[in-house]
Design a protein around this ligand. Structure first.
Ligand code: AMP
Length: 283
């Protein structure tokens, strides 16, 4: 497995593979791999001839005061895990390579970035869209793989790719969970033992939403109130938002129909955790 650090060498490498007729897959990440990341790499490995994983803790998606400096990093372990998953190449640029001074250009996806995580983290999705647009240019892949754990991110990237005419297919992969339901995340490492136990209430609340929908409940507020009441039983878990939104535009829904995303964010100790389930509601 090769490790490439410059945009020029990365682009040349991918262009050679494309000319040789290979399908190129890209998995953008911030590293500190867990089974969620590995699942994306394995899908890419299955579908593509050449698989690139980008590993870059992107400073523009962190607001001042967020955990940019503390974000967990372990390059040698990541290299080993990616290699084991059959990845061909890791793109690991330095910050100056991605954001040469003076850096002046950003990508802003409107509307759907203003709700959910976008409301709590202003500028976050501008940073995400900018870095992913840059990665799509540096690594002209046929397919790019994202996890539904970050459901809003998937929709932001889909809209950006469509609106800016990126010729790339966005593949959304299912959320990988711990045995007790907690969605895997690099940030789970921030949790202390008691907090880690308390986090199981998040996925239980999402399963409650699924169950209520299956039982015929169509009033979104009734369901999110039920979720809120369940989460309130865990004082270590402080919800930031608990919402039912339509899957296309992530707008709040009152009556459930079509594809509905139940999404939540919560603070647990030092960690800010997000999770969601996507539900197909029959009329
Ligand atoms: P990150 O390194 O946290 O930026 O994540 C890189 C990619 O892995 C993103 O597309 C995430 O949505 C995806 N990802 C992170 N956690 C999970 C998970 N538990 N299951 C599936 N995909 C995930």
């Amino acid at each position: 497995m090769r490790i490439i650090t410059t945009a020029g060498e990365m682009r040349r490498t991918v262009e050679e593979r494309r000319s040789a007729g290979e399908t190129v897959g890209l998995v953008p990440t911030m590293g500190f791999f867990h089974r969620g990341h590995i699942s994306l790499m394995r899908v890419a490995r299955h579908e593509c001839g050449f698989v690139v994983v980008s590993l870059f803790v992107n400073p523009t998606q962190f607001a001042p005061g967020e955990d940019l400096e503390d974000y967990p990093r372990d390059l040698s372990r990541d290299v080993e895990m990616a290699s084991e998953a059959g990845v061909d190449c890791i793109f690991h640029p330095r910050v100056e390579e991605m954001y040469p001074e003076p850096y002046l250009t950003y990508v802003a996806v409107e509307g759907i970035t203003e709700r959910l995580c976008g409301a709590a983290r202003p500028g976050h999705f501008r940073g995400v869209a900018t870095v992913v647009a840059k990665l799509f240019n540096i690594i002209p892949a046929h397919r790019a793989y994202f996890g539904l754990k970050d459901a809003q991110q998937v929709q932001v990237i889909r809209k950006m790719a469509r609106d800016l005419d990126f010729d790339i297919h966005i593949v959304a992969c299912p959320t990988v969970r711990e045995e007790d339901g907690l969605a895997m995340s690099s940030r789970n490492i921030y949790l202390e033992a008691k907090e880690r136990e308390a986090t199981t209430v998040l996925y239980r609340s999402l399963r409650l939403a699924e169950r209520l929908v299956a039982q015929g409940e169509r009033d979104a507020a009734k369901i999110t109130e039920g979720m809120r009441a369940l989460i309130a039983q865990e004082p270590l878990v402080q919800p930031e938002y608990i919402e039912a939104v339509d899957w296309e535009l992530l707008a709040p829904v009152q009556r459930l129909r079509g594809q509905v995303l139940f999404a939540l964010a919560a603070r647990v100790g030092k960690a800010r955790l997000i999770d969601n389930v996507l539900v197909e509601v029959e009329d």
